[in-house]
Design a protein. Sequence first.
Length: 331
Amino acid sequence: MDIVSNGNNNPASTIYIGNLDPRVNETMLHEIFATVGPVAGVKIITVRKYNQLGAVNYGFVEFFDPRVAEQAIQDMNGRKIFNYEIRANWAQPSSSVQQTIKEDTTHHFHIFVGDLAPEITNETLAQAFSVFGTMSEAHVMWDPMSGKSRGFGFVAFRDKADAEKAIATMNGEWLGSRPVRCNWATQKGQTAMPVPQPGQQLPYEIVVQQTPAYVTSIYVGNIPPHVSQNDLVQQFQRFGFVTEVKFQADRGFAFVKMDTHENAANAIVHLQNMIIHGNIAKLSWGKDRPPQGYQNYSQPNPMQYGQRQPNMFGVHPQLYAFQNNHMEGQW
């Protein structure tokens, strides 16, 4: 039997419960928290979070007395229910989320949250990170053309210690249908697109912003001539759906087209310097034609992350001598 709220929706008496095992239903959650004090209502949100142990949900518990709610946070935060240690903290109502967006966060501590699932909204992101106390802002980055999430966002904290704890706790945690990646965000005055040194890799948050959101093609260089198309597909399909492969194995490179910009960025990050039959592969963005009507996008710096020089259309700089041999490399 589902237990619903009494309708008071008093934010001073409502707490957020995160990292819930899928076997926990509203009746069970009600009974667990009723051991602290009278419960007014319970709601569990199922958002299809999957990992090796199963799905992970979150929910809200409303109490009649704010003092009981405060005691429940102290007693229940970190308690293990089935396979998961739950997170308990004050709920962040929508009105509070809007207030934090208006706050000046210039001097706050910002973290990057990557690999966001498509269903994650500003409010979902805020609810997930509000357990860390001094969260002041949370927003998902959206593509202006498609209206869809770009797969990453930013969260700000007033207290650096809370930001550090959020990174340590949430990195690798499932939010929605994917595990998220957390790190410090690049602040104003810092280099936005650092050039990697030999042996280094750029993080996802840098790679995903190097090209417009419509670009889904990846240049794969330094591959041996005996590599098959299936060899490449097996590697890249772990990060999304491979829609097409253009192969030039005799010249040591190929182009792999992924289903989304975010999945392509993820593949570049994780497959950079992978070994293919003894060769160290070099990955960078390819170049796709913009969709009809696409305007006002920023052209990335071609020297970042081994990208092509202007007008080379997907051809690696080392192959400049071949650019007149009909190697356009566009999709």
